[in-house]
Design a protein around this ligand. Structure first.
Ligand SMILES: C[S@@+](CC[C@H](N)C(=O)[O-])C[C@H]1O[C@@H](n2cnc3c(N)ncnc32)[C@H](O)[C@@H]1O
Length: 207
């Protein structure tokens, strides 16, 4: 099966991506909506949570991605694999992100991963970086007590910027980690490892 061809990057501030997302209704997308929710933000082709959903039936896995064609393709692959604990949503995590979680029961969001987000190297593009104070605030307000946020990147300045934004939130405490705590690696993590480049990662716990 040929891979879907898509733009390598899209500008999240462009008018097309400034739409208000509809609240996620778990009963419409998962067979067992009562299970803890695992959220992967900027999931690209979604292979990380596809594998995670195969390995772990005790959680529901939701991938958010701004490149629309990837979402359709990932959902197609998920249903071909009969995974009823997996769903992908076309979403701009920088635009009214909180609306997505308006109908989410409290204490269900237990894991969040943000892995190798686009660095947007140029200073004039810094506003396009996905992790900003608003995203952190929204995520923490919906995260379950004891819930975890895992963040990793191979770009040092981005690691510092993102980690500081999470560290500034008083409801989180940082747990330093060396390795990826999950049994699966994203496509980007595999590519970085092949080049033997360093990865900067950390974990935050609510409460
Ligand atoms: C460098 S890729 C990393 C993909 C994957 N997490 C991995 O580690 O292989 C970053 C992904 O985040 C997506 N993305 C960028 N900005 C986004 C936004 N505002 N909302 C949702 N997804 C976004 C990109 O389209 C891209 O698929």
């Amino acid at each position: 099966m040929p891979r879907v061809r898509v733009h390598q990057h899209v500008n999240p501030l462009a008018p097309y991506y400034r739409f208000t997302p509809k609240p996620i209704l778990l009963e419409e997308i998962f067979e067992r909506p009562e299970l803890p929710l695992f959220l992967d933000i900027g999931c690209a082709r979604g292979r990380f949570i596809l594998k995670m959903a195969e390995l772990d039936k005790t959680q529901n896995f939701l991938g958010l991605e701004i490149r629309e064609p990837l979402v359709a393709e990932a959902n197609r692959l998920g249903s071909e694999a009969n995974l009823t604990n997996l769903h992908y949503e076309f979403c701009n995590a920088m635009n009214e992100f909180g609306k997505l979680f308006e109908e989410l029961p409290p204490n269900l969001l237990q894991n969040v991963t943000i892995q190798f987000p686009d660095p947007w190297f140029k200073k004039k593009h810094a506003k396009r970086r996905m992790v900003n104070a608003e995203l952190v605030e929204t995520l923490v307000s919906h995260l379950a007590e004891g819930g975890r946020i895992f963040v990793q990147t191979d770009i040092e300045f981005l690691a510092e910027e993102m980690f500081e934004l999470f560290r500034a939130n008083k409801n989180l405490r940082e747990i330093s980690i060396e390795d990826n705590p999950f049994p699966v690696k994203t496509e980007r993590e595999k590519a970085v490892e092949e080049k033997d480049l360093p990865v900067y990662r950390t974990m935050f716990l609510k409460g």
